[in-house]
Write a protein of this length. Structure first.
Lengths: 198, 626
């Protein structure tokens, strides 16, 4: 495999960087070359966060080029839109439905666009869109902070990513604090089943 | 961060995923470095943080120094006692350390000494995007530039070896994309650090009075000649692929990765010369490369450092070769970070090849999406004590004062609705710029600074205010940590890099010791009391210091989670009239408006109670309001 490109995007505090690290670690376990880039922004929370995961021998640069994402993993609808320039018809968009209004929207008393409006915009780039209420499933798993595990589960279920489940689970076990491991595994499964059942 | 056990494993050949900065930390262990010093700064912070976690067990000494020049001086002392040392800092930290570095280049070292400078093209988390390769040129220190995590580890070890061979400190220059990109790293063997030094007196070499400095400058130039031999032979400078002789590309660091991918994208049959040691440059190798190609393209981030040198070398050795870069015809930008796309566009323009991706079409489609997209800039976290402090400062001054601000999370006080922050230059500048403004305008002037930054750079400025009797108020927003860079300890916390308790230095005691007559400590969440104190301080005829002390919200939340204490979000009661006071006064991200109704996002709210204390109708219920 030459390269497989993923863009993970959302809001600070959603566990995006950990999700990217889990995927990157799974790639190393798979024996593959990988680049995981992250930007540690000005604020720890509340700002837009983006991470790129590039797997394969040809992946040297840390960032994905415009239109070249195989997967866009959106942790938040507006942040999914913000990173659509990395998408094209070949991209699968997996989007968490959890809406986190930016303060600009609040300050100007503007309405957060509906899920339908958001999907319409994504369709301009790609028809492959999977939506998932990761916050709800994470709560169901037992901890709202496991929404990243839900989304990794959803990603695994698409079977697009060139990583074996056992390697993803192994990475999850290594990187998630032991006392949260069970809820994370549960969250992963809920995400996985959600996509499989669709 | 992988757990410290992983970094500490003595497992040669093991392949793990590491952040560039973690790879440098691993390199520190494989190089047997005995003393590591740092002042945290993005994108360098994780080097120190990783080492701090494992230092005691690995048997090396690690400290968070008060600032970068202190960090360099402590390490210089250790290295001149024969112990291997390393200091890590962000690019602008090297400005702070420059006075020591410039003359340490004359003095030299006995134990290998590496200075890591992490540059920040694109200013992701910095006030400028200076290119620190020029510090290598300015000081005469050799410079290595890794292009990925594996090289970051290898070069840390090589830098120590080169340093010991030349008896000269070596710069290891990364950028954000090197420091903050994870990649596979194969481990080598751990080397037991030697912490035991011996200081051998040698006045002529080490005491830089003018007569000795003149001699040691000559010595430095001799060392540089030796470095030139190293740079011609090092495997870090190498032709990575050979083309048909028409085009040659010279590149380094992150730019090298973009150059390879861009050449692949365009199917450009070009040779690529990768430079990992960029000071001194391998003149002979570059000359040969120039002679063997008709056209040479220099691909580098930020300043035309390589290009200038390549052109100078061409003048002597290959005057007919055509050289393309960013100076005359601007094929590549001189600001911001590069990307595969930007490099591909430049290469396309030079070679006449067409990229297979229609970027303009993507841009046009994306522009449609972007025009209705609200921005999401970084903001102060829910429960951040700085929000309370800024609310208090705004109230006490009617937002009519001039607010000088500083480097830290609190720089985000400029965001509406708080809007506190009128000038920001560098670490510690708030207190002294305030004095110039106060002196010349006669207006109320409040300098805002964080606790870690106070210890780093504010003290001479504060003494200046006392000595010259400047009427300014210094608001020290003391959240008991170095928050923005990842919660490192500092003198005000008393905790050390060895994860032990040292001695705690209190801001208010320092201020009193500097001779400030008006010094008070307030809790920013007690808004009315804090406001009264600030109003009083503004009446004080000389400099006044107010310490706004409350722990960083992220730290509080983390502590609670660890202890299993439930975080109770605030709740809007039916007293709410939707007057929007909380929204308009605070800008807390946990407060949102839905269909004209104020809501609290339970996933974000940490229950600090600030909104409850500003609500005119007592319509917000919080379990904690202090």
């Amino acid at each position: 495999m030459d390269e497989f490109n993923m863009v993970l995007a959302g809001v600070g505090g959603q566990g995006i960087l950990l999700a990217a690290e889990i995927l990157g670690t799974a790639a190393v376990k798979e024996g593959l070359n990988v680049r995981v880039s992250e930007i540690h922004g000005m604020a720890q929370r509340g700002g837009a966060v983006i991470s790129n995961v590039r797997i394969g021998e040809k992946a040297l640069a840390p960032t994905v080029m415009e239109g070249q994402a195989d997967v866009l993993l959106g942790f938040e609808p507006l942040e999914t839109l913000r990173n659509l320039r990395f998408a094209s018809e070949k991209t699968t968009v997996i989007m968490n439905e959890e809406r986190i209004p930016p303060t600009e929207l609040t300050a100007k008393m503007l309405k957060y666009p509906s899920l339908e409006e958001i999907k319409e915009k994504i369709y301009c780039f790609t028809k492959n869109v999977i939506t998932i209420d990761a916050k709800k499933l994470a709560k169901e798993a037992g901890n709202i902070l496991t929404r990243n595990a839900v989304l990794i589960g959803a990603l695994a279920a698409t079977e697009k990513v060139p990583l074996k489940h056992e390697h993803i689970m192994e990475a999850l076990r290594e990187l998630v604090p032991a006392k949260y491991l069970d809820v994370n595994i549960k969250a992963f499964k809920l995400g996985y089943e959600h996509v499989k059942s669709e | 961060m992988p757990n410290s056990r992983l970094i500490l494993q003595d497992a040669p050949g093991k392949r793990v995923l590491l952040l560039g900065n973690e790879a440098i930390a691993r390199g520190i262990l494989e190089a047997g470095i005995g003393v590591m010093t740092t002042y945290p700064g993005t994108p360098a912070s994780e080097i120190g943080d990783t080492v701090s976690e494992i230092a005691a067990e690995a048997g090396l000494y690690m400290e968070y120094s008060t600032n970068e020049i202190v960090a360099v001086e402590v390490a210089a002392g250790a290295a001149n006692s024969g112990v291997r040392a390393l200091t890590a800092m962000k690019h602008v930290g090297l400005n702070v350390a420059a006075d020591a570095v410039m003359t340490l280049a004359y003095v030299g070292v006995k134990g290998g000494y590496v200075i890591v400078t992490a540059d920040d093209p694109e200013c992701y988390s910095s006030q400028n995007e200076q290119d620190n390769r020029y510090y290598a040129l300015l000081s005469g220190l050799p410079c290595l530039e890794p292009s990925n995590a594996q090289e970051a580890k290898e070069m840390t070890i090589s830098a120590v070896e080169i340093s010991e061979k030349l008896e000269l400190p070596v710069l290891l220059r990364t950028t954000t994309r090197i420091s903050h990109t994870r990649g596979p790293v194969t481990y080598g063997r751990l080397v037991k650090p030697n912490l035991k030094g011996e200081f051998v007196k040698d006045v002529k070499r080490m005491v830089m009075v003018p007569a000795n400095a003149r001699t040691m400058h000559v010595k430095l130039l001799e060392k540089l000649e030796k470095a030139k031999e190293i740079t011609e032979k090092t495997p870090y400078n190498a032709i990575m692929r050979k083309g048909n002789g028409e085009y040659g590309i010279i590149s380094s660091s992150s730019a090298y990765n973009y150059a390879v991918e861009a050449a692949n994208l365009l199917e450009l049959d070009a040779s690529i010369l990768k430079l990992g040691m960029t000071h001194p440059l391998p003149e002979k190798m570059i000359a040969e490369f120039l002679k063997n190609h008709k056209k040479v393209i220099v691909v580098e981030e930020l300043e035309p450092y390589l290009e200038t040198h390549v052109k100078a070398i061409a003048k002597d050795y290959a005057p007919n070769v055509e050289i393309y870069g960013k100076t005359k015809e601007k094929y590549f930008p001189r600001k911001g970070e590069l990307s595969t796309r930007l490099v591909a566009m430049g290469l396309a323009k030079i070679t006449g090849k067409k990229p297979p991706i229609d970027f303009e079409k993507i841009d046009a489609a994306y522009a449609e999406i972007a025009k209705t997209l609200p921005s999401r800039p970084p903001i102060l976290c829910p429960g951040c004590p700085h929000t309370a402090s800024f609310y208090v400062i705004g109230r006490a001054t009617g937002k009519k004062a001039i607010y000088t601000t500083d480097i830290g999370c609190y720089a985000l006080g400029i965001m509406p609705p708080l809007k506190i922050g009128d000038i920001l230059i560098c670490m510690g500048a708030s207190i002294a710029t305030a004095q110039g403004i106060s002196k010349t305008t006669g207006k109320d002037t409040i300098a805002v600074i964080g606790d870690s930054t106070f210890f780093h750079a504010a003290i001479p400025g504060l003494i200046n205010a006392v000595y010259n009797n400047h009427k300014v108020v210094l608001a020290v927003l003391d959240n008991l940590t170095t928050a923005m860079t990842g919660h490192q300890p500092h003198p005000g916390t008393g905790k050390t890099g060895m994860q032990a308790m040292g001695n705690r230095v209190l801001v208010e005691k320092v201020a009193e010791g500097c001779g400030v007559k008006y010094v008070k400590v307030v809790n920013p969440f007690k808004t009315k009391e804090a406001e009264a104190v600030l109003k009083e301080a503004l009446q004080h005829p000389g400099p006044a210091v107010i310490v706004f002390r409350a722990p960083c919200a992220l730290m509080t939340v983390r502590d609670k989670r660890r202890k299993g204490i439930e975080i109770k979000a605030c709740k809007i009661t039916d007293q709410c009239t939707d007057c929007m006071a909380c929204i308009k006064l605070l800008g807390c991200p946990a407060l949102t408006v839905d269909e004209g109704k104020v809501r609290i996002n339970e996933a974000l709210c940490v229950g600090c109670g600030l909104c409850a204390s500003v609500c005119p109708y007592n319509a917000i219920a919080c379990s904690k309001t202090d």
